[in-house]
Design a binder for this molecule. Structure first.
Ligand code: ZN
Length: 399
């Protein structure tokens, strides 16, 4: 027992020294939910434009499929595709577990997830990590949590989040996190309600832009080696409610269970449903589509890295903007995301700080590449296999 304890201490000392040797860089990673790739120009985000111009900007960042909040945040933070980290949609079922997941469920049950999130990767190698919200950051991945974290509350004041980030970075070195992560949902909520082109969405962009400008100034004033990385999870498309597809009007079959997720419908076969039942229901759904949606083929699912694994559904219906699925009648929102990748679904990537080049724009970057990029900046090693070689973001780094 004593020997084990000493070994553990020794190991923690060795890895800590190793990490410090590699990098004094701090990373502050911010997610602005639903901040479409073109909002900086479209809605006049002056501060973000400046931060990008003095650093690196990915003109468009490609999210993973499906272009939803939880799958993408988990992919950014683990470097894994949704079928590998496990969160294949904001809401989905697992036919083997005979149980369904919905956003935030990891707080009570982290067995839904696979992978090593960046905050644990940092902690495992002797750095401290802090999160003021990130989807599922209060879940015990690998049996661990970030060193500092909060349980999610959408009511938490935005200014308080900035104050806490700065306070963490003013802690004495042994307590100070070298990885600080935070999340702001406003632009997504307003974008859903009013659509991407609305004046209200512009105002939300400007509010978050002012906050990011303030954050950058206050980080500069700390005179540490701090890198600010600002990303979003996906874009936003305009929805026409009068083009809604009412699921209640589609062919029904009690051998199946239906989960509506906006642009897509996941359909799960009940126990004892045969392959022939699935084929026949697929055929009836295809016939009822009349050009409004497609029933995904196995080939399409393979292209999307979304093969059937017990969570992703036995049948998937998918539509394109401005259509969206409603349970019945019409949807009550003017913007959404979750469609297959198109320009409207492209996300934002900005990085600024001592580790990054200045004044460059990268054409198209991949959000799975953020994980190895941040690990590199922090000087820590990847400890497991991921679904990224980092290729689209290596050109962002100095050296
Ligand atoms: Zn989102």
């Amino acid at each position: 027992m004593k020997f084990l304890l000493i070994s553990a201490l020794l190991l923690s000392f060795v890895t800590h020294a190793h990490a410090l040797q590699n990098s004094n860089n701090t990373v502050v990673l911010i997610s602005l939910d639903g901040f479409r790739w073109d909002y900086i120009e479209k809605h006049g985000a002056k501060n973000l434009a400046k931060i990008a111009k003095q650093g690196v900007r990915g003109s468009k960042m490609q999210p993973v499929y499906p272009t939803k909040t939880f799958p993408n945040h988990l992919s950014i933070i683990t470097g894994l595709l949704p079928i590998n980290h496990g969160v294949v949609d904001n809401r989905f079922c697992d036919t083997k577990r005979a149980e369904c997941y919905s956003m935030g469920k990891g707080r009570d049950d982290s067995t839904w997830f696979n992978g090593i999130p960046l905050w644990n990767l940092a902690t495992m190698q002797g750095l401290k990590s802090a999160t003021y919200f990130w989807p599922e950051s209060d879940a015990r991945f690998n049996g661990m949590t970030p060193d500092y974290y909060y349980h999610y509350s959408k009511h938490s004041d935005y200014q308080n989040r900035i104050e806490q980030i700065i306070q963490w970075l003013k802690l004495p070195a042994p307590q100070r996190p070298q990885l600080v992560i935070s999340y702001f949902s406003l632009v997504d909520s307003i974008g859903h309600k009013y659509g991407p082109d609305a004046e209200q969405t512009k105002q939300a962009v400007q509010q978050v832009d002012a906050l990011m400008g303030q954050l950058q100034q206050r980080l500069d004033a700390l005179e540490q080696e701090i890198n600010l990385v600002i990303v979003s999870d996906h874009g936003m498309s305009t929805v026409e409610p009068n083009q809604s597809i009412a699921i209640s009007n589609l062919p029904k079959d009690d051998k199946f269970m239906v989960k509506n997720t906006g642009p897509r419908v996941l359909i799960y076969a009940n126990e004892n449903t045969t392959a022939a039942d699935i084929s026949s229901y697929k055929a009836r759904l295809s016939k009822a589509a009349k050009g409004r949606y497609t029933v995904l083929t196995d080939n399409q699912r393979a292209q999307y890295h979304y093969q059937n694994n017990g969570r992703t559904g036995d049948i998937i219906l998918q539509t394109t903007a401005p259509r969206s699925f409603a349970d019945s009648g019409e949807v009550n929102y003017l913007g959404t995301h979750g469609y297959a990748y198109s320009d409207d679904m492209a996300a934002t990537f900005i990085a600024n700080g001592p580790a990054f080049k200045q004044g460059i724009t990268l054409d198209k970057v991949n959000n799975l590449d953020i994980y190895p990029l941040i690990a590199k900046v922090l000087g820590i090693e990847l400890l497991s296999k991921i679904d990224s070689d980092g290729a689209t973001l290596w050109p962002a780094l100095k050296n």
